[in-house]
Design a protein around this ligand. Structure first.
Ligand SMILES: Cc1cc2nc3c(=O)[nH]c(=O)nc-3n(C[C@H](O)[C@H](O)[C@H](O)COP(=O)(O)O)c2cc1C
Length: 340
């Protein structure tokens, strides 16, 4: 059995502090979702590490207030990877430096690693040369990795499997990952979908597994993680970590179920009864309101409502009742009315 004290060392092999995590189940970066209160919520539910959503280096450099607000880390969060995106080396390194300076001014706890998004397939990102477009500009991608390493934190890359059918996709993936690892990447998360697939179709777990076998200790996995079996598959293939994304939004307790399946002890947060689940939602809603404001709190709470109440007879009724509400106080009143 794994013990709670066990630390996975996802190493920075070339000096600098290694990154210690409690367990290999990590919250993936999710734009519009992995805001500080949501990350802390998942840390409480067992996530060994979390990610910010992808943050624009241009936004940071231009002093965009909303972007700077995305750099908050709350007390009680686990290790957080700051995921950045940029089209070129100087914007990336400049933006990262500014982000770290802002973080040191506003946060008591600092980011555990710097991440680079080389995975986002959306045209508004790729047409500027950022995200998955970097898979077609490997020299820039490797230079970015080297540039970011100079800031002294572990560097984590998130990318996708290469375009094409096998074996072309596999060899493209391995070549790109090799370049990133040689450039000093401490962790490379491979999402088993190609950029052309975006978020549809099946993630190719085997290609992720081949990368994990070729680069031991360096590869984490993303794609189609909906059940503990998916986590076990990726870990069994040698991945050092597994990123929970849409599966965690649909069922936040997937962290706990997967930790149990891996043999980790799990801390319980009083969540056995329907009342306790309502309590979890009320706590989350207050935390969301305090950090993100009323409007966003309502939007985000609705995303987690179904997953937190899943399996209880009153769940559908509560979802329907909260679903029509747009006001924060009305939402919490409706939630409380379901607590017996
Ligand atoms: C709404 C949404 C937002 C996302 N935002 C990001 C992001 O900011 N950075 C990133 O690297 N990946 C992002 N992703 C990709 C996820 O991290 C993950 O790799 C992807 O959803 C595949 O995992 P899944 O099939 O288990 O959901 C996003 C995915 C979704 C659905």
């Amino acid at each position: 059995m794994n013990t709670g004290d066990q630390k996975l060392k996802t190493g920075d092999q070339r000096g600098g502090a290694p990154l210690h995590v409690r367990n290999p189940l990590w919250l993936a970066p999710l734009a519009g979702v992995t805001l500080p209160p949501v990350r802390r919520f998942f840390s409480r539910l067992g996530a060994g590490l979390t990610h910010t959503e992808m943050i624009s280096c241009m936004g940071i450099t231009h002093g965009n207030r909303k972007t700077a607000g995305m750099l908050r880390i709350l007390e009680g969060e686990g290790p957080v990877v700051l995921q950045l995106f940029a089209p070129d080396v100087s914007s990336l390194v400049g933006g990262a430096g500014t982000a770290l300076r802002i973080s040191s001014e506003i946060n008591a706890v600092q980011f555990a690693a710097l991440g680079i998004n080389m995975a986002c397939p959306m045209p508004k990102v790729t047409k500027r040369g950022a995200g998955a477009a970097l898979m077609n500009a490997p020299d820039t991608a490797f230079e970015m990795t080297r540039g970011l390493k100079k800031l002294g934190l572990p560097v984590w890359i998130k990318t996708r499997r290469g375009e094409g059918e096998r074996p072309e996709s596999l060899s493209r993936t391995l070549r790109f990952v090799e370049g990133l690892v040689n450039a000093g990447a401490d962790n490379v998360c491979v999402h088993g979908r190609t950029p052309a697939q975006r978020y549809e179709g099946r993630a190719d777990k085997e290609i992720v597994g081949e990368a994990a076998a070729k680069f031991p200790g360096k590869i984490s996995a993303s794609g189609d993680v909906y059940a503990p079996e998916d986590v076990l598959d990726y870990i069994g293939m040698g991945c050092v970590g597994v990123m929970l994304a849409r599966g965690a939004v649909a069922n936040p307790f997937l962290f706990r179920k997967s930790l149990l399946a891996l043999g980790f002890p799990v801390s319980r947060e009083c969540d056995d009864t329907f009342n306790e689940r309502i309590g979890i939602l009320l706590k989350l809603s207050e935390e969301l309101k305090a950090e993100c404001g009323d409007r966003l709190a309502v939007v985000l709470l609705k995303r987690f409502l179904g997953g937190v109440l899943r399996g209880f007879p009153m769940s559908a009724e509560a979802r329907r009742a909260v679903g029509v509400v747009t006001d924060f106080y009305e939402m919490t009143r409706v939630l409380r009315s379901f607590a017996g």
